[in-house]
Design a protein around this ligand. Structure first.
Ligand code: PMP
Length: 438
């Protein structure tokens, strides 16, 4: 009797009901998991995922080491949930300068586990079932699943490429919104628009006119703006990054998102922040305190010291926020030349550390498979890393399913890389070009 009882118990113990929460339906695939694995296995030059392969600046790593070794053992313990006080204080001071308004460090700033968690808090705190959220394509891929997990409906509007002028290379500025199309996406269900300037993956830096148009529509339809500005310091050719929160009527309805990963070339630290009005941030704090609660104290302490240095050197040539874009602009120009030289036409980015290139002239090496479910650029990027050792990311990964197939002739490279990595990429491209012509 005993044995049969335990048998029926073990049969019952096996679960048969569905375990997956409905909110996860259709969002299980993630481009980075797949392409990071491929790059690790095959790449000789990894220009795929967006992270610098050069060291973070000495002043930052030294600040971390000091924080570890100076005997303040409390830096190994919890700090304030919504941000380590020295970090929120210096962020408030810094953004007061940038935005030209007074900020309260305790209510207008919140520290998050990277910009990723800042985005998650925004969508969870501000988007309800049935709300629509406008996303400008191409977009950083996590916006779509995050909106869906909050119960919202993403509504997509694409930047449209215009032919470049006078036989020049195309620029990210040639990709523009159609004002009428953008306006048509706003309605009474629209809760928010996600803006990402400078934009990953194109490198587009939205102009004052473009931001003005978005701001006007937000005010007219009483819509929030989630402004992902993680590449705020990475702008080139004397261009200026304009913060949409500084435009009329926008402060009250905008959350600004930033990342120490991008700002100080330390993506692994996962320190990010949100700056905005308390009426919005109070709800982000509710999500934060009930999910993550807190980010690593010691990393926050070191980032605070990094910002204190930058505040002192603001606008000066020694400032990292001046030096980094200078160095990256050289790397951009180098990769532009390298790609243009082999006929993989680059779209010259105005900002970020990404560059999108046209693969049309290389298509004969990777023939199309018309019946495949996978967009062509995915197959091209996979073939390229496996056969040539060069890792990049397919552009269609940054589009919604409905629009993916319109953009399968491009791949994205990251140029925040050591000279040796960029040279290795150039060697691969040159050799490939020679093989094609010989
Ligand atoms: N937003 C954009 C546009 C990004 O490109 C990234 C990182 N690739 C993030 C947010 C996430 O930043 P973090 O690493 O600080 O979480």
């Amino acid at each position: 009797v005993k044995a049969s009882n335990s048998l029926s118990f073990s049969l019952q113990a096996k679960m048969s009901r569905p375990v997956q929460a409905r909110r996860l339906e259709g969002i299980d695939k993630n481009i980075w998991v797949e392409f990071v694995k491929l790059a690790a296995a095959y790449s000789k030059a990894n220009l795929g995922q967006g992270f610098p392969d050069f060291p973070a600046p000495d002043f930052l790593t030294e600040a971390f080491t000091r924080a570890l070794s100076e005997g303040n053992h409390m830096l190994h313990q919890y700090t304030r949930a919504f941000g380590h006080p020295p970090l929120v204080k210096v962020l408030a001071q810094f953004f007061e300068k940038l935005l030209g308004r007074d900020l309260d460090p305790m209510t207008n700033v919140m520290v998050t586990v990277g910009a990723y968690q800042a985005l998650f808090c925004c969508f969870q705190a501000l988007v309800d079932e049935g709300d629509e959220v406008i996303i400008i394509e191409p977009f950083f891929d996590c916006y779509e699943p995050m909106v869906k997990m909050a119960g919202g409906t993403p509504v997509f509007v694409s930047l449209r490429p215009n032919p470049p002028k006078d036989g020049k290379l195309m620029s990210s500025a040639d990709w523009q919104l159609d004002p009428a199309e953008l306006a048509s996406k706003f309605n009474e269900r629209t809760k928010a628009i996600v803006l990402n300037s400078p934009n990953n993956p194109l490198g587009k830096v939205f102009s004052r006119g473009e931001l003005g148009l978005i701001a006007e529509l937000c005010v007219k339809h009483d819509v929030l703006c989630i402004s992902d500005e993680v590449y705020e310091w990475l702008v080139y050719d004397g261009k200026q990054h304009i913060r949409i929160a500084s435009l009329q009527g926008m402060w009250d309805r905008t959350v600004i998102i930033g990342s120490a990963g991008k700002t100080f070339s330390a993506t692994g630290w996962k320190v990010g922040w949100v700056v905005g009005p308390n009426r919005l941030l109070q709800h982000l704090r509710t999500v934060h305190q009930n999910s993550v609660y807190h980010c690593a104290t010691i990393a926050q302490e070191a980032v605070a010291q990094g910002f204190q240095r930058e505040l002192m050197l603001y606008g000066k040539p020694e400032s990292y926020f001046v030096q980094l874009p200078k160095e990256l602009q050289q790397k951009r120009d180098w990769l532009v030349q390298s790609l243009d030289g082999v006929g993989m036409k680059p779209i010259v980015p105005e900002g970020t550390y990404f560059l999108v290139a046209d693969i049309s002239q290389f298509k004969s090496d990777v023939p199309d498979a018309p019946n495949s479910d996978e967009p062509y650029d995915y197959r091209f990027a996979k073939w390229m890393v496996k056969n040539k050792g060069l890792a990049a990311i397919p552009l269609s990964a940054f589009y919604s399913n409905a629009h993916k197939n319109n953009y399968t002739n491009f791949i994205r490279f990251c140029f925040a890389k050591e000279e040796a990595t960029l040279k290795a990429a150039n060697d691969i491209l040159q050799k490939w070009k020679q093989e094609k012509t010989s």
